[in-house]
Design a protein around this ligand. Structure first.
Ligand SMILES: NC(=O)c1ccc[n+]([C@@H]2O[C@H](COP(=O)([O-])OP(=O)(O)OC[C@H]3O[C@@H](n4cnc5c(N)ncnc54)[C@H](O)[C@@H]3O)[C@@H](O)[C@H]2O)c1
Length: 421
Protein backbone atom coordinates (compact mmCIF):
# COMPACT_ATOMS: atom_id res chain seq x y z
CA UNK A 1 0.00 0.00 0.00
CA UNK A 2 1.20 3.57 -0.60
CA UNK A 3 -0.28 7.00 -0.40
CA UNK A 4 -0.35 9.59 -3.09
CA UNK A 5 -1.88 13.03 -2.88
CA UNK A 6 -2.94 12.32 0.70
CA UNK A 7 -5.19 9.38 -0.29
CA UNK A 8 -4.70 5.74 0.36
CA UNK A 9 -3.87 3.65 -2.67
CA UNK A 10 -3.30 -0.08 -2.94
CA UNK A 11 -0.80 -2.00 -5.00
CA UNK A 12 -2.19 -4.69 -7.32
CA UNK A 13 -5.74 -4.74 -8.63
CA UNK A 14 -6.87 -1.75 -6.60
CA UNK A 15 -4.27 0.76 -7.72
CA UNK A 16 -5.92 4.12 -8.38
CA UNK A 17 -4.51 5.70 -11.51
CA UNK A 18 -2.67 9.00 -11.23
CA UNK A 19 -5.29 10.52 -13.55
CA UNK A 20 -7.87 9.92 -10.84
CA UNK A 21 -5.73 11.56 -8.22
CA UNK A 22 -3.81 14.36 -9.91
CA UNK A 23 -6.50 16.84 -10.63
CA UNK A 24 -6.13 20.59 -10.36
CA UNK A 25 -8.79 23.29 -10.48
CA UNK A 26 -7.79 26.84 -11.41
CA UNK A 27 -10.36 29.61 -10.88
CA UNK A 28 -10.58 33.32 -11.69
CA UNK A 29 -8.62 33.39 -14.94
CA UNK A 30 -5.27 32.28 -13.57
CA UNK A 31 -2.56 32.77 -16.25
CA UNK A 32 -2.37 29.88 -18.76
CA UNK A 33 1.29 29.33 -17.84
CA UNK A 34 -0.01 27.78 -14.60
CA UNK A 35 -2.04 25.27 -16.60
CA UNK A 36 1.01 24.49 -18.73
CA UNK A 37 3.22 23.96 -15.70
CA UNK A 38 0.71 21.73 -13.90
CA UNK A 39 -0.08 19.75 -17.04
CA UNK A 40 3.63 19.12 -17.56
CA UNK A 41 3.79 17.80 -14.01
CA UNK A 42 1.07 15.27 -14.84
CA UNK A 43 -2.01 17.11 -13.61
CA UNK A 44 -5.37 17.09 -15.29
CA UNK A 45 -6.24 20.79 -15.11
CA UNK A 46 -9.66 22.40 -15.25
CA UNK A 47 -9.55 26.19 -15.60
CA UNK A 48 -12.58 28.39 -14.95
CA UNK A 49 -12.76 32.15 -15.58
CA UNK A 50 -14.73 33.17 -12.49
CA UNK A 51 -14.80 32.89 -8.71
CA UNK A 52 -17.03 30.25 -7.11
CA UNK A 53 -19.31 30.65 -4.11
CA UNK A 54 -19.04 28.25 -1.17
CA UNK A 55 -21.55 25.57 -2.29
CA UNK A 56 -20.42 25.56 -5.90
CA UNK A 57 -16.82 25.32 -4.81
CA UNK A 58 -17.49 22.38 -2.51
CA UNK A 59 -19.15 20.51 -5.37
CA UNK A 60 -16.22 21.22 -7.72
CA UNK A 61 -13.54 20.21 -5.22
CA UNK A 62 -14.35 16.48 -5.15
CA UNK A 63 -11.22 14.68 -6.33
CA UNK A 64 -9.20 17.91 -6.65
CA UNK A 65 -5.78 17.90 -5.02
CA UNK A 66 -4.49 21.32 -6.12
CA UNK A 67 -6.65 24.46 -6.16
CA UNK A 68 -5.71 27.80 -7.68
CA UNK A 69 -7.64 30.96 -6.83
CA UNK A 70 -7.22 34.73 -6.91
CA UNK A 71 -8.76 37.25 -4.55
CA UNK A 72 -12.48 36.59 -5.05
CA UNK A 73 -12.81 32.93 -4.05
CA UNK A 74 -13.17 32.44 -0.30
CA UNK A 75 -11.76 29.29 1.22
CA UNK A 76 -13.64 28.82 4.46
CA UNK A 77 -13.46 26.15 7.16
CA UNK A 78 -16.60 24.63 5.64
CA UNK A 79 -15.01 24.37 2.19
CA UNK A 80 -11.88 22.77 3.63
CA UNK A 81 -13.87 20.30 5.73
CA UNK A 82 -15.70 19.19 2.60
CA UNK A 83 -12.53 18.75 0.52
CA UNK A 84 -10.54 15.80 1.92
CA UNK A 85 -8.64 15.34 -1.35
CA UNK A 86 -7.23 18.85 -1.27
CA UNK A 87 -3.45 18.98 -0.77
CA UNK A 88 -2.56 22.57 -1.45
CA UNK A 89 -4.02 25.94 -2.42
CA UNK A 90 -2.28 28.44 -4.63
CA UNK A 91 -3.41 32.05 -4.20
CA UNK A 92 -2.38 33.48 -7.58
CA UNK A 93 -2.13 36.96 -6.08
CA UNK A 94 -0.44 38.65 -3.13
CA UNK A 95 -3.10 38.62 -0.42
CA UNK A 96 -4.26 35.46 1.34
CA UNK A 97 -7.02 36.92 3.53
CA UNK A 98 -9.57 35.10 1.39
CA UNK A 99 -8.25 31.80 2.77
CA UNK A 100 -8.80 30.55 6.32
CA UNK A 101 -5.09 29.79 6.75
CA UNK A 102 -5.43 28.22 10.20
CA UNK A 103 -8.20 25.87 9.08
CA UNK A 104 -6.10 24.87 6.07
CA UNK A 105 -3.06 24.14 8.25
CA UNK A 106 -5.20 22.10 10.65
CA UNK A 107 -5.96 19.82 7.70
CA UNK A 108 -2.39 19.75 6.42
CA UNK A 109 -3.34 21.85 3.38
CA UNK A 110 -0.45 24.11 2.40
CA UNK A 111 -1.21 27.58 1.05
CA UNK A 112 1.11 29.48 -1.29
CA UNK A 113 0.93 32.95 -2.81
CA UNK A 114 3.07 35.23 -4.97
CA UNK A 115 4.24 38.01 -2.68
CA UNK A 116 6.53 39.78 -5.15
CA UNK A 117 5.35 39.04 -8.69
CA UNK A 118 3.20 42.13 -9.20
CA UNK A 119 4.96 44.64 -6.97
CA UNK A 120 6.39 46.57 -9.90
CA UNK A 121 3.01 46.70 -11.67
CA UNK A 122 1.32 48.32 -8.67
CA UNK A 123 4.15 50.82 -8.34
CA UNK A 124 3.96 51.84 -12.00
CA UNK A 125 0.20 52.39 -11.78
CA UNK A 126 0.59 54.48 -8.63
CA UNK A 127 3.23 56.65 -10.31
CA UNK A 128 1.04 57.05 -13.42
CA UNK A 129 -1.90 58.09 -11.25
CA UNK A 130 0.09 60.55 -9.16
CA UNK A 131 1.26 62.30 -12.33
CA UNK A 132 -2.22 62.11 -13.93
CA UNK A 133 -3.90 63.67 -10.92
CA UNK A 134 -1.24 66.34 -10.54
CA UNK A 135 -1.88 67.31 -14.19
CA UNK A 136 -5.69 66.88 -13.80
CA UNK A 137 -5.74 64.42 -16.68
CA UNK A 138 -9.03 62.71 -15.66
CA UNK A 139 -10.86 66.06 -16.01
CA UNK A 140 -9.04 67.15 -19.16
CA UNK A 141 -9.68 63.80 -20.81
CA UNK A 142 -13.40 63.81 -19.92
CA UNK A 143 -13.79 67.35 -21.27
CA UNK A 144 -12.04 66.52 -24.55
CA UNK A 145 -14.37 63.56 -25.07
CA UNK A 146 -17.28 65.96 -24.47
CA UNK A 147 -15.88 68.36 -27.12
CA UNK A 148 -14.50 70.93 -24.63
CA UNK A 149 -11.06 72.44 -25.34
CA UNK A 150 -9.88 73.61 -21.88
CA UNK A 151 -6.29 74.70 -22.40
CA UNK A 152 -5.12 76.07 -19.08
CA UNK A 153 -2.26 75.52 -16.61
CA UNK A 154 -4.49 76.27 -13.61
CA UNK A 155 -4.27 73.54 -10.97
CA UNK A 156 -1.74 71.52 -13.00
CA UNK A 157 1.57 70.70 -11.32
CA UNK A 158 4.81 68.87 -11.91
CA UNK A 159 5.48 66.14 -9.36
CA UNK A 160 9.16 67.06 -9.16
CA UNK A 161 9.86 68.60 -5.76
CA UNK A 162 6.49 67.57 -4.32
CA UNK A 163 6.09 65.56 -1.14
CA UNK A 164 4.80 62.01 -1.30
CA UNK A 165 3.66 60.19 1.85
CA UNK A 166 3.75 56.39 1.68
CA UNK A 167 1.73 54.56 4.34
CA UNK A 168 2.91 50.94 4.56
CA UNK A 169 6.59 50.64 3.61
CA UNK A 170 6.66 47.00 2.50
CA UNK A 171 7.45 45.46 -0.89
CA UNK A 172 5.34 47.97 -2.81
CA UNK A 173 5.91 50.97 -0.56
CA UNK A 174 9.70 50.70 -0.73
CA UNK A 175 9.82 50.22 -4.49
CA UNK A 176 7.48 53.18 -4.98
CA UNK A 177 9.80 55.17 -2.73
CA UNK A 178 12.76 54.51 -5.05
CA UNK A 179 10.92 55.42 -8.24
CA UNK A 180 9.23 58.50 -6.75
CA UNK A 181 12.63 59.80 -5.62
CA UNK A 182 14.03 59.24 -9.10
CA UNK A 183 11.26 61.57 -10.36
CA UNK A 184 12.46 64.23 -7.92
CA UNK A 185 9.75 63.74 -5.28
CA UNK A 186 10.54 63.99 -1.58
CA UNK A 187 9.36 60.80 0.09
CA UNK A 188 8.01 60.44 3.61
CA UNK A 189 6.84 57.10 4.95
CA UNK A 190 5.01 55.67 7.93
CA UNK A 191 4.97 51.99 8.88
CA UNK A 192 3.97 50.27 12.10
CA UNK A 193 7.04 48.03 11.81
CA UNK A 194 10.66 49.20 11.93
CA UNK A 195 11.70 49.71 8.33
CA UNK A 196 14.95 50.77 6.75
CA UNK A 197 14.53 54.09 4.95
CA UNK A 198 15.54 53.65 1.30
CA UNK A 199 17.50 56.45 -0.38
CA UNK A 200 16.60 59.82 1.13
CA UNK A 201 13.14 58.81 2.33
CA UNK A 202 12.15 60.26 5.69
CA UNK A 203 10.53 58.10 8.33
CA UNK A 204 7.55 59.56 10.21
CA UNK A 205 6.95 58.31 13.72
CA UNK A 206 3.19 58.76 13.52
CA UNK A 207 0.57 58.69 10.80
CA UNK A 208 -0.46 62.23 11.74
CA UNK A 209 3.10 63.45 11.21
CA UNK A 210 3.02 62.02 7.68
CA UNK A 211 -0.44 63.39 6.88
CA UNK A 212 0.57 66.87 7.96
CA UNK A 213 3.87 66.77 5.99
CA UNK A 214 2.91 65.75 2.46
CA UNK A 215 0.71 66.74 -0.48
CA UNK A 216 0.02 63.21 -1.73
CA UNK A 217 -0.84 60.26 0.48
CA UNK A 218 -0.72 56.73 -0.88
CA UNK A 219 -1.75 53.62 1.08
CA UNK A 220 0.19 50.35 0.75
CA UNK A 221 -0.67 48.63 4.03
CA UNK A 222 -1.39 44.92 4.23
CA UNK A 223 -4.77 43.30 4.74
CA UNK A 224 -4.55 42.46 8.46
CA UNK A 225 -7.91 42.61 10.24
CA UNK A 226 -6.85 45.63 12.33
CA UNK A 227 -6.61 47.74 9.18
CA UNK A 228 -10.38 47.65 8.61
CA UNK A 229 -11.56 51.26 8.52
CA UNK A 230 -7.98 52.40 9.16
CA UNK A 231 -8.36 55.56 7.06
CA UNK A 232 -11.52 57.61 7.60
CA UNK A 233 -12.90 61.06 8.31
CA UNK A 234 -10.28 62.00 10.93
CA UNK A 235 -7.36 60.99 8.68
CA UNK A 236 -8.72 62.83 5.63
CA UNK A 237 -9.27 65.91 7.80
CA UNK A 238 -5.61 65.72 8.92
CA UNK A 239 -4.35 65.80 5.34
CA UNK A 240 -3.20 69.14 3.98
CA UNK A 241 -5.82 71.08 1.98
CA UNK A 242 -5.90 70.18 -1.76
CA UNK A 243 -3.93 66.96 -1.20
CA UNK A 244 -4.12 63.93 -3.45
CA UNK A 245 -5.02 60.49 -2.11
CA UNK A 246 -4.40 56.99 -3.48
CA UNK A 247 -5.40 53.55 -2.27
CA UNK A 248 -4.11 50.52 -4.14
CA UNK A 249 -3.90 48.30 -1.05
CA UNK A 250 -7.16 46.89 0.32
CA UNK A 251 -10.69 48.21 -0.10
CA UNK A 252 -11.83 47.81 3.50
CA UNK A 253 -9.02 50.04 4.73
CA UNK A 254 -10.72 53.28 3.61
CA UNK A 255 -14.07 54.84 4.49
CA UNK A 256 -15.34 55.78 1.03
CA UNK A 257 -18.27 57.84 2.28
CA UNK A 258 -15.80 60.03 4.18
CA UNK A 259 -13.55 60.26 1.11
CA UNK A 260 -16.49 61.44 -1.01
CA UNK A 261 -17.35 64.17 1.50
CA UNK A 262 -13.75 65.42 1.53
CA UNK A 263 -13.57 65.42 -2.27
CA UNK A 264 -16.89 67.27 -2.58
CA UNK A 265 -15.77 69.86 -0.03
CA UNK A 266 -12.60 70.41 -2.09
CA UNK A 267 -10.31 69.44 0.81
CA UNK A 268 -9.03 66.48 -1.22
CA UNK A 269 -8.13 67.63 -4.74
CA UNK A 270 -8.02 64.21 -6.38
CA UNK A 271 -8.08 60.53 -5.62
CA UNK A 272 -7.09 57.29 -7.32
CA UNK A 273 -8.81 54.20 -5.97
CA UNK A 274 -8.14 50.69 -7.22
CA UNK A 275 -9.65 48.59 -4.42
CA UNK A 276 -13.13 48.71 -2.90
CA UNK A 277 -14.84 47.41 0.24
CA UNK A 278 -17.17 45.41 -1.96
CA UNK A 279 -16.12 44.48 -5.48
CA UNK A 280 -18.16 42.83 -8.25
CA UNK A 281 -17.63 39.06 -8.46
CA UNK A 282 -17.18 39.21 -12.21
CA UNK A 283 -17.18 41.53 -15.22
CA UNK A 284 -20.96 41.15 -15.67
CA UNK A 285 -21.87 42.55 -12.25
CA UNK A 286 -22.44 46.29 -11.84
CA UNK A 287 -19.78 48.25 -9.97
CA UNK A 288 -21.45 50.11 -7.11
CA UNK A 289 -19.53 52.75 -5.16
CA UNK A 290 -19.98 56.09 -3.40
CA UNK A 291 -17.07 57.34 -5.47
CA UNK A 292 -18.72 57.12 -8.88
CA UNK A 293 -19.32 60.38 -10.74
CA UNK A 294 -16.65 62.53 -9.06
CA UNK A 295 -14.25 64.60 -11.13
CA UNK A 296 -10.48 64.21 -10.80
CA UNK A 297 -11.08 60.78 -9.29
CA UNK A 298 -9.55 57.80 -11.04
CA UNK A 299 -11.41 54.56 -10.38
CA UNK A 300 -9.86 51.32 -11.57
CA UNK A 301 -11.21 47.76 -11.18
CA UNK A 302 -8.55 46.31 -8.84
CA UNK A 303 -5.97 46.19 -11.62
CA UNK A 304 -2.95 47.54 -9.73
CA UNK A 305 -1.16 44.24 -10.05
CA UNK A 306 -2.88 43.15 -13.24
CA UNK A 307 -0.35 43.34 -16.02
CA UNK A 308 0.46 40.55 -18.39
CA UNK A 309 3.99 40.47 -17.00
CA UNK A 310 2.79 40.12 -13.41
CA UNK A 311 0.12 37.54 -14.24
CA UNK A 312 2.61 35.44 -16.13
CA UNK A 313 5.10 35.62 -13.29
CA UNK A 314 2.42 34.77 -10.72
CA UNK A 315 1.14 31.87 -12.83
CA UNK A 316 4.59 30.41 -13.14
CA UNK A 317 5.70 31.07 -9.56
CA UNK A 318 2.64 29.75 -7.71
CA UNK A 319 2.12 26.70 -9.92
CA UNK A 320 5.81 25.90 -9.33
CA UNK A 321 5.21 26.03 -5.57
CA UNK A 322 2.18 23.74 -5.89
CA UNK A 323 4.13 21.20 -7.93
CA UNK A 324 7.13 21.32 -5.56
CA UNK A 325 4.79 20.64 -2.65
CA UNK A 326 2.91 17.84 -4.40
CA UNK A 327 6.05 16.15 -5.73
CA UNK A 328 8.49 16.74 -2.92
CA UNK A 329 6.58 18.07 0.09
CA UNK A 330 8.46 21.40 -0.19
CA UNK A 331 6.77 24.18 1.77
CA UNK A 332 9.25 27.02 1.19
CA UNK A 333 7.37 30.35 1.16
CA UNK A 334 4.13 28.67 2.24
CA UNK A 335 2.07 31.19 4.20
CA UNK A 336 0.58 28.70 6.67
CA UNK A 337 3.04 25.81 7.02
CA UNK A 338 6.48 25.55 8.55
CA UNK A 339 8.94 26.11 5.71
CA UNK A 340 10.80 22.92 4.79
CA UNK A 341 12.57 21.94 1.56
CA UNK A 342 14.71 18.83 1.32
CA UNK A 343 16.20 17.80 -2.05
CA UNK A 344 14.44 14.71 -3.40
CA UNK A 345 16.67 11.61 -3.32
CA UNK A 346 15.86 9.22 -6.19
CA UNK A 347 14.96 5.71 -5.12
CA UNK A 348 13.57 6.74 -1.71
CA UNK A 349 10.08 7.14 -0.36
CA UNK A 350 9.34 10.43 1.33
CA UNK A 351 7.05 10.62 4.35
CA UNK A 352 5.48 14.06 4.68
CA UNK A 353 4.09 14.32 8.18
CA UNK A 354 2.11 17.33 9.36
CA UNK A 355 1.49 17.31 13.09
CA UNK A 356 0.56 19.30 16.16
CA UNK A 357 3.60 21.10 17.48
CA UNK A 358 4.15 19.40 20.84
CA UNK A 359 7.41 18.09 22.28
CA UNK A 360 8.62 14.63 21.28
CA UNK A 361 6.97 14.14 17.88
CA UNK A 362 10.22 13.63 15.98
CA UNK A 363 11.35 11.05 18.54
CA UNK A 364 7.97 9.28 18.30
CA UNK A 365 8.16 9.12 14.49
CA UNK A 366 11.69 7.76 14.60
CA UNK A 367 10.71 5.23 17.26
CA UNK A 368 8.06 3.80 14.90
CA UNK A 369 10.58 3.68 12.05
CA UNK A 370 13.25 2.06 14.25
CA UNK A 371 10.85 -0.54 15.64
CA UNK A 372 10.06 -1.62 12.09
CA UNK A 373 13.69 -1.58 11.00
CA UNK A 374 13.13 1.24 8.50
CA UNK A 375 16.31 2.98 7.39
CA UNK A 376 16.17 6.80 7.29
CA UNK A 377 18.09 8.42 4.40
CA UNK A 378 17.35 12.04 5.29
CA UNK A 379 15.09 14.04 7.59
CA UNK A 380 14.13 17.67 8.20
CA UNK A 381 11.75 19.16 10.77
CA UNK A 382 10.40 22.67 11.12
CA UNK A 383 7.69 24.06 13.34
CA UNK A 384 5.55 27.16 13.07
CA UNK A 385 3.06 28.24 15.70
CA UNK A 386 0.93 25.20 16.52
CA UNK A 387 2.11 23.07 13.59
CA UNK A 388 5.10 20.88 12.87
CA UNK A 389 6.19 19.58 9.49
CA UNK A 390 8.68 16.78 9.11
CA UNK A 391 9.97 15.28 5.90
CA UNK A 392 11.64 11.87 6.18
CA UNK A 393 13.24 9.97 3.30
CA UNK A 394 13.26 6.21 3.81
CA UNK A 395 14.25 3.20 1.76
CA UNK A 396 11.18 1.83 -0.02
CA UNK A 397 11.11 -1.49 1.83
CA UNK A 398 8.62 -0.99 4.68
CA UNK A 399 5.37 -2.56 5.76
CA UNK A 400 1.87 -1.09 5.81
CA UNK A 401 2.00 -1.05 9.61
CA UNK A 402 4.60 1.73 9.55
CA UNK A 403 2.17 4.10 7.84
CA UNK A 404 -0.75 2.88 9.95
CA UNK A 405 1.14 3.57 13.16
CA UNK A 406 2.33 7.00 12.07
CA UNK A 407 -1.17 7.90 10.97
CA UNK A 408 -2.61 6.68 14.28
CA UNK A 409 -0.41 8.98 16.37
CA UNK A 410 -2.52 11.48 18.36
CA UNK A 411 -0.55 14.40 17.00
CA UNK A 412 -0.77 13.43 13.32
CA UNK A 413 -2.70 15.90 11.17
CA UNK A 414 -1.82 14.39 7.83
CA UNK A 415 0.57 11.82 6.45
CA UNK A 416 1.48 11.52 2.82
CA UNK A 417 4.09 9.44 1.07
CA UNK A 418 5.79 10.39 -2.15
CA UNK A 419 7.77 7.99 -4.29
CA UNK A 420 10.89 9.60 -5.75
CA UNK A 421 11.66 8.27 -9.24
N1 LIG B 1 -4.22 46.80 -6.21
C1 LIG B 1 -3.69 45.64 -6.48
O1 LIG B 1 -3.96 45.04 -7.51
C2 LIG B 1 -2.69 45.07 -5.52
C3 LIG B 1 -1.67 44.25 -6.02
C4 LIG B 1 -0.71 43.79 -5.12
C5 LIG B 1 -0.81 44.10 -3.78
N2 LIG B 1 -1.86 44.83 -3.32
C6 LIG B 1 -1.98 45.16 -1.90
O2 LIG B 1 -0.98 46.12 -1.59
C7 LIG B 1 -0.70 46.05 -0.19
C8 LIG B 1 0.81 46.12 0.04
O3 LIG B 1 1.46 44.99 -0.55
P1 LIG B 1 2.98 44.65 -0.19
O4 LIG B 1 3.41 43.51 -1.01
O5 LIG B 1 3.78 45.89 -0.21
O6 LIG B 1 2.77 44.16 1.33
P2 LIG B 1 3.87 44.07 2.46
O7 LIG B 1 3.34 43.10 3.44
O8 LIG B 1 5.22 43.86 1.88
O9 LIG B 1 3.84 45.54 3.11
C9 LIG B 1 2.81 46.04 3.90
C10 LIG B 1 3.41 47.00 4.89
O10 LIG B 1 2.35 47.70 5.55
C11 LIG B 1 2.72 47.84 6.91
N3 LIG B 1 1.50 48.12 7.66
C12 LIG B 1 0.48 47.27 7.93
N4 LIG B 1 -0.50 47.89 8.59
C13 LIG B 1 -0.08 49.19 8.71
C14 LIG B 1 -0.67 50.33 9.28
N5 LIG B 1 -1.88 50.30 9.84
N6 LIG B 1 0.03 51.49 9.26
C15 LIG B 1 1.27 51.53 8.68
N7 LIG B 1 1.86 50.48 8.13
C16 LIG B 1 1.19 49.33 8.13
C17 LIG B 1 3.42 46.56 7.26
O11 LIG B 1 4.21 46.66 8.40
C18 LIG B 1 4.23 46.31 5.99
O12 LIG B 1 5.51 46.91 6.06
C19 LIG B 1 -1.35 44.78 0.31
O13 LIG B 1 -2.54 45.10 0.98
C20 LIG B 1 -1.67 44.02 -0.95
O14 LIG B 1 -2.78 43.18 -0.79
C21 LIG B 1 -2.78 45.33 -4.17
Amino acid sequence: MFTYGGRLCFHGDEVLTLETLNRALLLENVHPDATTRLTKAGYQVRAMPRALGEDELIAELAGISLLGIRSQTHITERVLAAAPDLLAIGAFCIGTNQVDLGAAARRGVAVFNAPFSNTRSVVELAIAEIISMARRLPEKNAKMHAGVWDKSARGAHEVRGRKLGIVGYGNIGTQLSVIAESLGMTVYFYDIADKLAIGNARRCSTLDELLESVETVTLHVDGRAGNRGFFGDAEFARMRPRSLFLNLSRGFVVDHAALRRHIESGHIAGAAIDVFPSEPKGNNEEFVSELRGLSNVILTPHIGGSTEEAQQDIGDYVSGKLVDFAEGGATSMSVNMPNVALPVVPGTHRLVHVHKNVPGVLAAINRVLAEHGVNVEGQLLHTRDEFGFVVTDIVPAYSDEVLDELRAMDVTIRLRTIEAD
